[in-house]
Ligand binder design. Structure first.
Ligand SMILES: NC(=O)c1ccc[n+]([C@@H]2O[C@H](COP(=O)([O-])OP(=O)(O)OC[C@H]3O[C@@H](n4cnc5c(N)ncnc54)[C@H](OP(=O)(O)O)[C@@H]3O)[C@@H](O)[C@H]2O)c1
Length: 296
């Protein structure tokens, strides 16, 4: 049995589905039952609860051959670092108490350091905690920026006729589709045990500038002239807070954009193992366009 935290999320849902399809027993962990229902219909056991609760998590991990972990973010928390640490420490308590021996952590590019990476610093702290566990195999997957993050631009495109963020126009960065992360996670979880402590960078098919990203989106939605506007860090923060995101979380996201702009989040080396297949063109045509059409 494999226990998956965040089983209704981008990576968790696709990993859970693939594991079930391979005949694996899965405990699907999340707070909202409705979002887990499609997986329950495919055979997953739903474990509804808060991953910050170490006792709940320990029960969910008991008997698992492996667990998949994420450090998620709650947009309204007053202190995002403290929230990330609460989630991380609960996972450590549950791993020790349940005796699970294989841990796959969905970490991130930038988790090699706690400096100048904004919200990713909390993920780096969790890699450190996990790597300090004795007698537990830990595989830290370090994916780059998700292509799914572009869903957050749909409102901006529809309401303001622009795409934009604090990422600088000339920065080339890798982007990855969550389906490619799930594929790697599934393959690793079906081939246990992991060996000791390791990490694997996952860098998408190639690097993109935000100008290219905007051109690809514009062409697909019938707005070939869609402009990319580079926001100041102050404007980016104000924009996030306008959506009800707390100041602490907004600062952490702006910190991540600053990290992207100085190359702190592109640490991994591109090679055959770290390059994944899905292109942004394919993603926009097959996934983004549907999300764009569904957004009223
Ligand atoms: N986005 C990026 O560019 C990026 C890049 C690199 C790494 N990552 C890492 O990848 C991770 C996974 O991302 P994702 O996009 O797959 O996640 P996601 O789609 O945001 O989903 C989060 C999942 O976690 C569950 N969840 C959140 N808080 C929880 C809590 N307190 N207790 C139990 N379940 C909780 C959610 O369900 P409920 O809301 O129902 O609980 C949902 O199933 C992220 O957390 C991030 O650290 C992201």
């Amino acid at each position: 049995m494999i226990a998956i935290i965040g089983a209704s999320g981008n990576v968790g849902s696709k990993t859970t589905e693939a594991l079930l399809a391979a005949g694996q027993k899965v405990r699907a962990i999340a707070r909202h039952a409705d979002k887990l229902q499609p997986l329950v219909e495919k055979g997953a056991e739903a474990w509804i609860g808060d991953a910050a609760d170490s006792e709940f998590l320990t029960r969910a991990f008991e008997g698992a051959e492996a667990v998949l972990l994420i450090i998620s973010t709650q947009m309204d928390v007053a202190d995002v670092a403290a929230y990330q640490d609460t989630l991380g420490e609960a996972q450590i308590v549950a791993i020790k108490a349940s005796g699970v021996k294989n841990v796959l952590f969905i970490s991130s590019q930038g988790a090699h350091t706690e400096e100048k990476t904004g919200i990713i610093a909390g993920v780096a702290r969790q890699e450190k905690r996990l790597n300090a566990l004795e007698g537990v195999n830990v595989l830290n997957l370090r994916p780059t920026y998700f292509m799914e993050n572009t869903f957050n631009s749909i409102g901006l495109i529809k309401n303001m006729g622009i795409n934009g963020s604090a990422i600088k126009v000339d920065v080339e960065m890798p982007m990855i589709a969550s389906q490619d992360i799930a594929k790697v996670a599934t393959e690793k979880l079906l081939n246990l045990p992991f060996e000791g402590k390791s990490h694997l960078d996952l860098l998408g098919d190639r690097n993109y500038t935000q100008i290219e990203v905007t051109q690809i989106i514009g062409a697909a939605i019938g707005k070939p002239e869609l402009p990319y506007v580079e926001f100041s860090y102050a404007d980016q923060k104000a924009g996030l807070m306008q959506y009800g995101i707390s100041e602490s979380v907004s600062d952490a996201y702006v910190g991540m954009y600053e990290g992207i702009n100085i190359g702190q989040l592109s640490h991994g080396l591109r090679n055959a193992e770290t390059t994944t297949p899905t292109s942004f063109e394919w993603f926009v045509e097959n996934i983004f366009k549907h999300a764009y059409a569904a957004n009223a």
